[in-house]
Ligand binder design. Structure first.
Ligand code: CO
Length: 206
């Protein structure tokens, strides 16, 4: 990195997947108002990370970016299926109900049945700034709703009925112990530094 890049307040550093309870996952993301080269690069890197992790969707705050956007490819493999980028998405017209098992790259190993509307309409912008409207059903509807929750600072474990929520509580406690342990050993920045970095990135593009 050259000194000019280092002093550019919009610089996005190397991206890595973050796990619960990283503060980026628990805070509502802000709409993007500036689609620049740095952001397009970050979106390309998000697809890389999603495929490497064998996911089918990834929200920006799962790589500690405080932006209202997520990427999806229901095939989960580069070159297969269709790649979608949803920027500043809004959901409407929920119809029907479906229960399906979900997992999350930010909660590896946890899988639970989640009840959601079966169909929804999503309005968003593409990476080129073009408006998108899609009426969704099936797996794409499920993934878009899961990723949208991330942007609101919610995880699928926030949507469980009481008995299932109790069951998952011990797993969440373990994730917290691991995360705070890594912070106390200096392997991860502390929450004050993490929040300051989120504020900096928001100021650059929101
Ligand atoms: Co997730």
């Amino acid at each position: 990195m050259n000194p000019a890049a280092a002093s550019d307040p919009s610089t996005i550093g190397p991206l890595t997947l973050v796990e619960y309870p990283h503060p980026a996952l628990l805070r509502r993301t802000r709409p993007v108002t500036r689609l620049d080269a740095g952001l397009r690069e970050a979106v390309a890197r998000m697809f890389d990370i999603m495929y490497e992790s064998q996911g089918i969707g990834l929200a920006a705050n799962q790589v500690a970016l405080p932006y209202r956007l997520f990427v999806v490819n229901c095939a989960g493999r580069r070159g297969d299926g269709e790649e979608h980028v949803f920027i500043n998405p809004m959901l409407s017209r929920p119809r029907g109900t479906a229960v399906q098992e979900e997992g999350c790259l930010s909660l590896p190993g946890v899988r639970m049945d989640v009840r959601r509307p079966q169909k929804i309409v999503v309005d968003a912008f593409s990476l080129e700034g073009e408006p998108i409207r899609m009426d969704l059903d099936g797996l794409l509807s499920r993934v878009v709703q899961h990723e949208f929750d991330h942007l609101e600072g919610r995880l699928f474990t926030d949507r469980l009925p009481e008995a299932a929520a109790l069951e998952v509580r011990r797993d969440l406690d373990t994730f917290r112990e691991v995360f705070f342990g890594r912070q106390s050993r200096g392997e991860l920045p502390g929450n004050v530094a993490i929040l300051a970095e989120l504020d900096r990135l928001e100021a650059a593009r929101c």
